[in-house]
Design a protein around this ligand. Structure first.
Ligand code: NAD
Length: 369
């Protein structure tokens, strides 16, 4: 059976990492027809807008998309294409698994968390304005509705049940934001009562950050509002090995869009240096979503073995201080080629070794964002 998937290369490192992901997808043998549509900088050049209707039409038609990162101007300029896409397609659930791969690039080799983030409202609703004419005061409105809170919390419990996860933790700031945080908290408590088989608890966002930095193994599925989810998913990506290896998925009622947690990394654009793993693992999530389990398992295994072998890895996985065995960094395309080569060969019956902790060492300043 073949699949038709909208492909949005995006901008910055997007075209490089989506090319890499396509190459690995092809190696699985699953028949995918890619429908390429441009958003971000190439779309501004071609169509005068960063999000042409053709992108939304293609995703609505195919109901499956693989997306590269898209640059958003900071502080001014057009609104985020990424946020607009989520809102216009009602992609309400942003799901970001943070799995340590082969224990490389992480001090927490057993990290296995999933951040479930509400993606259509909260502080990202786009309701903001200057309060005075001189622009000395500004206001952003935090919109939290019962409908969207119920929807995302139900999604998190269903995911936990389907994937046999241990527990669901709600993250909010209901002690300070008593209305928006309080609403989310109430919605969580009432929904948790409907899932008595799944243990649940709550954390305030500040405490959650500290807990995750100290003992991430105590958490499993985390469900939260838009801004907190954005921040926590980067934090969890860091725990699991870095932005270069963190995939993500956006789900609506009938549409699924897969995109990495990382952004367009403009400083590496066009250099064939970016880590392709996050985008490649987006293909893994896509194949899992459509029921192509073996192909998905093959991709994960091939990524794991390539990272564990450390012969052909990009700069972020090859730096001293990040690994026990520093190696010469390879290009994005070479790493993708190596993963694609392994996909049909990996032995899925052999259990994955238990990941080892990497000795703490100096962090290379090149990795500081
Ligand atoms: P970023 O994720 O692009 O970069 C953060 C750091 O991680 C940088 O040092 C970068 O070089 C490094 N990095 C990121 N991805 C990497 C990869 N695949 N391989 C190796 N190193 C990698 O975040 P940023 O600098 O805050 O944002 C850059 C742009 O991306 C902004 O315009 C932002 O709005 C946009 N962005 C888009 C998305 C998206 O499309 N979903 C997500 C986040 C940020």
């Amino acid at each position: 059976m073949g699949y038709r998937v909208s492909l949005i290369p995006g901008d910055g490192i997007g075209p490089e990492v989506t090319n890499a992901a396509r190459r690995v997808a092809e190696a699985t043998g699953v028949s995918i027809e890619w429908e390429t549509v441009e958003a971000g900088e190439p779309a501004i050049k071609a169509h005068g807008t960063p999000l042409p209707d053709s992108v939304l039409d293609s995703i609505r038609k195919n109901r499956l998309a693989l997306k590269g990162p898209i640059t958003t101007p900071i502080g001014s300029g057009f609104r985020s294409v990424n946020v607009a896409l989520r809102q216009q397609l009602d992609l309400f659930a942003s799901v970001r698994p943070a799995r340590a791969i082969a224990g490389e690039g992480t001090r927490y080799p057993e990290t296995n968390l999933i951040v479930v983030r509400e993606a259509t409202e909260g502080l990202y609703a786009g309701v903001e304005h200057w309060v005075d004419r001189d622009h000395t005061a500004a206001e952003t409105v935090n919109i939290v509705t019962r409908k969207a809170s119920d929807r995302i919390i139900r999604f998190a419990f269903e995911l936990a049940r389907r994937e046999h996860r241990r527990q669901v933790t709600a993250v909010h700031k209901a002690n300070i934001m008593k209305t928006t945080g309080g609403l989310f908290q109430t919605a969580f408590r009432e929904m948790a009562a409907k899932y008595p088989d799944i243990p649940s608890d709550e954390r305030l966002i500040d405490n959650m950050c500290m807990q995750l930095a100290k003992k991430p193994e105590e958490y499993d599925v985390i469900v939260t509002t838009n801004l907190f989810g954005d921040i926590l998913s980067d934090l969890c990506a860091g725990l699991a090995g870095g932005l270069g290896v963190a995939p993500g998925a956006l789900y609506g009622d009938s549409i699924a869009v897969f995109e990495p947690v990382h952004g367009s990394a403009p400083k590496y654009a066009g250099q064939d240096r970016a880590d392709p793993v996050a985008e490649i693992l987006c293909v893994e999530l896509l194949l899992r979503h459509v029921g192509e389990r073996e192909a998905a398992d093959r991709i994960f295994r091939a990524v794991w073995e390539t990272i564990a072998e450390k012969k052909v890895v990009t700069y972020d996985l090859a730096l001293p201080g990040y690994t026990q065995r520093p190696v010469t960094p390879s290009t994005c395309s070479a790493m993708a080629k190596e993963i694609a080569r392994k996909v049909p060969e990996v032995d899925l019956d052999r259990p994955l070794p238990r990941p080892r902790a990497v000795a703490a060492g100096p962090i290379d300043p090149a990795l500081e964002a």
